[in-house]
Design a protein around this ligand. Structure first.
Ligand SMILES: [Zn+2]
Length: 307
């Protein structure tokens, strides 16, 4: 078992009409929960960490932990930097052993986004590391970047961007958003934009960020056991499944795992007031993560037996 880049998994996913799940982790229990589910379904997977997760866990600790868990549980996986803010951070992750990085220049001017992405691609490819970039702006909050409005990706610009940067995959904005509060009214994704990009960039892997379904049962459980999470709303599962069958090869889901883990720990604590062994409540959190990921593989991604 080893850490792999995303090249082969995206090629197979595109041809097979499914997506690879990309799950954010910052601790052992989240990592084990994700990998155990993927082992059970024989599914390819991307483990990803943002800048804040890296500063929480420590970059070398994170890399060694992912390598060791991949080996021990028996699942090949990619280790990916989520929302790399600059070249230095991307380089640091590549040098530390990440097999894939995102450089997020989506908030920059177009030409600056092209330049920074190209710089990361040139370095990453010398180390056999794949690169994801982003074009268009998603609403919501990711790490310390917040945007109030969507700026949908323009298909012609996406073609120009991919050709000029040589980037391996592209995250686009078609209406998904970061966090637990994705839609004020009806959920709506711009499948017309995805379709146009797919036509203009055949066989090219597209990435969807901010694609948690925001399970209402998990929200209800959090609130039943002392939480206060109001009006959370995610992307309907059918829409994500449809995107997976199209050019989308990677779907990022973070909120759903956070909600499931929090709900399980809150419930465990409330029902076991005498318990103070962290393995008991963190173990309940780990089981919850595993269950969510099993559900994602079955209903959203379609990635069973992709390893
Ligand atoms: Zn994101």
């Amino acid at each position: 078992m080893a850490l792999v880049n995303t090249k082969e998994m995206f090629k197979k996913a595109y041809e097979g009409g499914y997506s690879i799940g990309a799950f954010n982790i910052s601790d052992l229990e989240q990592l084990q929960g994700v990998l155990e589910a993927c082992k059970e379904r024989n599914s390819a997977v991307i483990i990803q960490a943002s800048k804040s997760a890296i500063s929480y866990a420590g970059i070398d600790t994170l890399v060694e932990m992912v390598k060791a868990a991949s080996e021990e549980i028996g699942v090949d996986c990619a280790l990916h930097l989520d929302h790399g803010p600059n070249f230095e951070m991307a380089k640091k992750c590549i040098d530390a052993g990440f097999t894939s990085v995102m450089i997020d220049g989506s908030h920059l001017d177009y030409e600056e986004n092209v330049a920074i992405t190209k710089q990361v691609v040139e370095y990453a490819h010398t180390k056999n590391v794949t690169v994801e970039a982003e074009l268009g702006v998603l609403a919501g909050t990711e790490d310390d970047v917040t945007s109030d409005v969507h700026k949908y990706t323009e298909p012609d610009q996406a073609v120009d961007f991919v050709n000029r940067t040589g980037v391996d995959s592209l995250a686009i904005a078609i209406g998904t958003s970061h966090g637990a509060f994705k839609f004020k009214g009806e959920a709506k994704l711009r499948f017309d934009i995805l379709e146009e990009i797919q036509t203009k960039l055949p066989n090219y892997p597209i990435v969807l960020h901010g694609a948690s379904a925001v399970d209402q049962d998990a929200v209800a459980t959090c609130n039943q056991f002392g939480g206060d999470i109001a009006g959370a709303k995610g992307v309907p599962v059918e829409m994500l499944r449809k995107a997976s069958e199209m050019a989308v090869c990677k779907i990022n889901m973070d909120t759903d795992l956070r909600l499931a883990m929090t709900a399980a720990i809150r419930k465990f604590m409330a029902e076991n007031p005498k318990e103070f062994d962290p393995r008991k409540y963190l173990g309940a959190g780990r089981d919850a993560i595993k269950n969510v990921v099993l559900g994602k593989i079955d209903t959203v991604l379609g990635s069973k037996d992709s390893l």
